[in-house]
Design a binder for this molecule. Structure first.
Ligand code: CP
Length: 305
């Protein structure tokens, strides 16, 4: 059903694949409404390895597995497992593949997903590898945009405020770069601008890219994709403290615009709570879409959709 066994990067998510996944996601959303839980994966076990903190990704994968009636094995935090004793990612995966039919892993090290997927004999899903990628978040983000805007092309998108270290920004910008006529503006502190390599890749894919210290959302933007400064990835705590409250989406900046506000969350300082009351503030709806999207992905990787 999918042309890959493991999802490591948003680069794998072509428009053709996304189209198919959204059809299955819609079916899963209907199943949730009509039946609550279905028997699709009742002969499967899902391993959830969360070696870095998570609320949404971990719980929506749990909920997705529960709604498909799969069994589950868990590791929650690196300190509660033998990684803390120095066991390698490779050995961890060699063990977990014997306990499960599919592995979902979050790990703080960029590139850990590639190592795990290469080692694993069962399908593998990257649930976030450090500041590198978060491809399942980008599927949720794209599904949210598609549901509320009706398209993934010809979009004028603002990304803020930590484009250097946000894996969610990396993955969504990569996914959307595969659609025609998209325009991206990256905004935030100078020190947290996207890397030159990232900008070059997006430009090579045909995206019209800009970097700006500030933007006015009344200037016809379709999407503002806002993510917190990634405190846990700063090597210089002073740089985080200097910038954490400088970049904040407030009610006046977005009221009376048609710009959809997305945030992969958790929210820290980046969006004022007053914005929550606006119709175009979609971030909690976006978090809710995590369940049908991840149900679709689990079912498709296990050839059950
Ligand atoms: N969006 C996201 O990955 O949230 P969590 O870190 O809570 O899983």
């Amino acid at each position: 059903m999918l042309p890959f066994d493991s999802l490591i990067s948003a680069k794998q998510l072509t428009p053709e694949i996304i189209q198919k996944m959204f059809v299955v996601t819609d079916t899963m959303a209907t199943n949730i409404k009509q039946h609550g839980r279905i028997d699709l994966l009742d002969d499967k076990v899902v391993a959830l390895l969360f070696f870095e903190a998570s609320s949404r990704t971990m719980m929506s994968f749990q909920s997705a597995a529960q709604r498909l009636k799969a069994g589950m094995v868990f590791a929650q935090s690196a300190t509660g497992t033998s990684l803390a004793k120095g066991e390698s990612i490779e050995d961890t995966i060699r063990m977990v593949e014997a306990y499960s039919d599919i592995i979902v892993m979050r790990h703080a090290m960029p590139g850990s997903a590639e190592i795990a997927a290469t080692t694993s004999c069962v399908p593998f899903i990257n649930a976030g590898d450090g500041g590198n990628e978060h491809p399942t978040q980008s599927l949720i983000d794209a599904y949210t945009i598609y549901k509320h805007k009706g398209r993934l092309d010809s979009l004028n998108v603002v990304f803020g405020y930590d484009s250097l270290q946000s894996r969610s920004i990396h993955s969504l910008s990569t996914l959307l770069s595969q659609y025609p006529n998209n325009r991206f503006t990256f905004t935030g502190p100078k020190e947290l601008e996207p890397s030159d390599a990232m900008l070059s890749e997006l430009e090579a894919a045909g995206v019209n890219v800009e970097v700006a210290s500030d933007v006015d959302l009344h200037d016809g933007y379709d999407i503002a994709y806002i993510n917190r400064l990634q405190e846990e990835r700063f090597s210089d705590a002073k740089l985080f403290e200097k910038n954490r409250r400088k970049y904040r989406l407030t009610h006046d900046k977005v009221v009376n615009t048609k710009c959809l506000i997305l945030d992969p969350l958790p929210r820290i300082d980046e969006i004022d709570t007053e914005v929550d009351t606006l119709e175009n503030a979609l971030y909690f709806k976006q978090a809710g879409y995590g369940v049908p999207v991840r149900m679709a992905l689990l079912a498709m990787l296990l050839n059950k959709a």
